[in-house]
Design a protein around this ligand. Structure first.
Ligand SMILES: Cc1cc2nc3c(=O)[nH]c(=O)nc-3n(C[C@H](O)[C@H](O)[C@H](O)COP(=O)(O)OP(=O)(O)OC[C@H]3O[C@@H](n4cnc5c(N)ncnc54)[C@H](O)[C@@H]3O)c2cc1C
Length: 467
C-alpha cells in the first residue's frame, strides 16, 4: 500500500476531495501559470483535524502544501507536478471566533476570506485595514503566510503589523497556541513573526488574533492627472503631512494601464476628459471629528494653483469611489486577458521611484524595444509593479525566455537601487532562484537552520522559498 493510501485510510472520508472535477480547483492557481497534481486533497474542519492530518503525514514522511484561496502569485500553494504532495486546504476553518470592540481585536480562523473579515469588523463598528484585489477569495491564513500588503500599507502596515497572535500546527502535528490579543508582550523573541511571510514552510496557521482600528466615517477618493512620476511623488510627500497623516492609499497608474482597464471592463468610464501620461489614485480616511473634506479640498486646490496636477476629480459618492478603484483592478484583469506576461513586485526607497522607473525604462527599451511596459502600484510604499507585456509577434516558444530576460533586466536595476525583488507577493517558486542568488551565505544558513528546527523532515511545502 502506498503512503498516500495509508493516509487516505486513516482519514474520515468526509475530509477528502476525490471528485476529479472538484480537484481541479486545488491544483491550479489564480493566474493559471501554475498547475500541479495533488496526491490527496484534505479539507479539515478544525485545528485538531489539521493537527491529525499533519501527524499522519509526518509519520509517513508525506509532503504537505497548505492552501488558502490560491490567489498567491508565486506558485507556493500549488502542489508539484509529481503528484506526491498532499494539499491541506484551510477553507473549512472559516469562523470568526470573536470580535473584541474595546481591545480593538478579532479572533479568526485561517480559512476566513479576507472580505468576510472586513465585513465582520464593520458590523461591530471596527475596521480591518488589509485590502487587496484578491480580497473576495484570499484567506487570512494565506495573507499571514505571505505577509500580504495591499492598498493601505502606508498607513496601517503589512500583515506583520496587523497580527497580535497566531495559532499554528507545527510539522510534527503539535499545536503552538499563541492566540492572545496583547498589544504589549515583551517576553523575549516573538515567534509569531517567523510565520509571517514563511509561505507555509514553517507551520500551518490555523487561527489568528488581528488588530482592528476605528471605522473610518469619512473617506475622500481622488483621481488626479500628473505629467510625470516626479509630480506624483511630490504629491505623495506633501499629502502625508498636509492631510494630517490620514492618507491611507496612494497608487500610481499609467495612461496605458487606464486604457487597458477601459478596454477590459465594459461600462468602465475614464474619470477625466483628456488623457494624461500618469494618474494618482489617492484615498484619505478619518473617523471622529476631523473635517476631512475641508482638509483635502484645500490641499487639492493648492495642487491645482501650483500647477502640480493638470486635472483631477474627487469621488462624489461611494459608487464613484468604487469605480475609480475598479480601474485599478481592471488593469490587472486586462493583463491576465492579454496572455502570458511578466509580473514583478519590486520595491525601492520611495524617494528613488522616479529615477528607478527612468533607468528601468532605458534598459528595457534597449534590450526589449518592442516590449510594452506597465509601471504602476502602491508607490506610497515604494512598491512598483514594473510589468511587461510581450510583443504579439513573438512565437509561443520564445515568450518565456523573452520575459525572463526582461525580469533579469528589471532586477538588475532593482539591485542598483538597493531594492527588493519582492515587496509583497513573496518568493514561492517563481522568485526562488533570483532570491537565492541575492542571499548571503550567513543569511541563507540562518534560514535553513530555522527551517530545520521547525521542519526537520522537510515535509512542509518542500522546495518553496528555500531549498
Ligand atoms: C488580483 C490579485 C491582487 C493581489 N493583490 C495583492 C496585493 O495588493 N498585495 C499583496 O500582498 N498580495 C496581493 N496578491 C497576492 C497575495 O499574496 C494573495 O492574494 C494572498 O495574500 C494569498 O492568500 P491566499 O489565501 O490566496 O493564499 P494561497 O495562494 O492559497 O497561498 C499562498 C501561500 O501561503 C501558504 N498558505 C496558505 N494558507 C496557509 C496557512 N493557513 N498556513 C500556512 N501557509 C499557508 C501557501 O502554501 C502558499 O505558499 C494579489 C493576488 C491577486 C490574484
Amino acid at each position: 500500500m502506498s503512503k498516500i493510501d495509508v493516509l487516505r485510510r486513516q482519514l474520515d472520508p468526509s475530509l477528502l476531495v476525490e471528485d476529479p472535477q472538484a480537484l481541479l480547483r486545488y491544483t491550479h492557481d489564480w493566474s493559471g501559470d501554475y498547475v500541479g497534481r495533488a496526491g490527496l486533497v484534505v479539507r479539515p474542519r478544525n485545528t485538531k483535524e489539521v493537527a491529525d492530518v499533519v501527524r499522519i503525514c509526518a509519520d509517513q514522511a508525506l509532503a504537505l502544501v497548505p492552501q488558502g484561496g490560491h490567489t498567491g502569485l508565486v506558485g507556493g500553494a500549488t502542489p508539484s507536478p509529481s503528484g506526491e504532495e498532499i494539499v491541506i486546504s484551510l477553507e473549512r476553518l472559516n469562523k470568526v471566533r470573536d470580535v473584541d470592540r474595546t481591545n480593538y481585536s478579532m479572533t479568526v480562523e485561517a480559512g476566513c476570506v479576507l472580505a468576510d473579515i472586513q465585513e465582520a469588523a464593520l458590523a461591530e463598528d471596527r475596521f480591518f485595514p488589509l485590502a487587496l484585489g484578491a480580497q473576495g477569495s484570499c484567506q487570512i491564513g494565506g495573507n499571514i503566510a505571505t505577509n500580504a500588503g495591499g492598498l493601505n500599507v502606508l498607513r496601517y502596515g503589512m500583515m506583520r503589523d496587523l497580527v497580535l497572535g497566531v495559532e499554528v500546527v507545527l510539522a510534527d502535528g503539535s499545536i503552538l497556541n499563541g492566540l492572545h490579543g496583547l498589544r504589549k508582550n515583551n517576553m523575549g523573541v516573538d515567534l509569531k513573526h517567523l510565520f509571517l511571510g514563511s509561505e507555509g514552510t514553517l507551520g500551518i496557521v490555523t487561527a489568528a488574533v488581528l488588530k482592528l482600528f476605528p471605522r473610518p466615517t469619512q473617506t475622500v477618493t481622488a483621481f488626479l492627472a500628473v505629467d510625470n512620476v516626479e509630480a506624483a511623488m511630490d504629491i505623495y510627500s506633501r499629502a502625508r503631512s498636509e492631510l494630517s497623516d490620514l492618507l491611507s492609499a496612494f497608487e500610481l497608474l499609467p495612461r496605458s494601464g487606464v486604457e487597458l482597464a477601459l478596454e477590459t471592463v465594459v461600462g468602465l468610464r475614464d474619470p477625466l476628459s483628456s488623457p494624461s501620461p500618469y494618474y494618482v489614485l489617492l484615498e484619505a480616511a478619518a473617523s471622529g471629528r476631523a473635517n476631512l473634506s475641508q482638509m483635502t479640498e484645500s490641499f487639492l486646490e493648492e495642487l491645482v494653483s501650483t500647477g502640480t496636477i493638470a486635472d483631477g476629480t474627487v469621488a462624489a459618492n461611494q459608487a464613484q469611489s468604487r469605480s475609480f478603484w475598479r480601474i485599478r483592478e481592471a488593469m490587472v484583469e486586462g493583463q491576465v486577458r492579454y496572455g502570458r506576461h511578466l509580473r514583478t513586485d519590486i520595491s525601492v526607497p520611495i524617494s528613488l521611484i522616479p529615477r528607478f522607473i527612468e533607468e528601468a525604462d532605458i534598459l528595457i527599451a534597449k534590450r526589449a524595444p518592442d516590449a510594452i511596459p506597465l509601471r504602476y502600484g502602491h508607490v506610497g510604499d515604494g512598491n512598483i509593479h514594473y510589468n511587461v507585456l510581450p510583443p504579439r509577434n513573438l512565437q509561443d516558444t520564445e515568450v518565456q525566455s523573452y520575459l525572463d530576460m526582461c525580469e533579469e533586466t528589471i532586477f538588475e536595476v532593482v539591485d542598483r537601487f538597493g531594492g527588493s525583488l519582492s515587496a509583497e507577493h513573496g518568493i514561492g517558486i517563481s522568485k526562488q532562484e533570483a532570491f537565492l542568488a541575492r542571499t548571503s551565505e550567513n543569511h541563507l544558513n540562518l534560514l535553513l537552520g530555522i527551517k530545520s528546527i521547525f521542519d526537520p523532515a522537510q515535509i512542509l511545502s518542500p522546495g518553496r522559498l528555500v531549498r
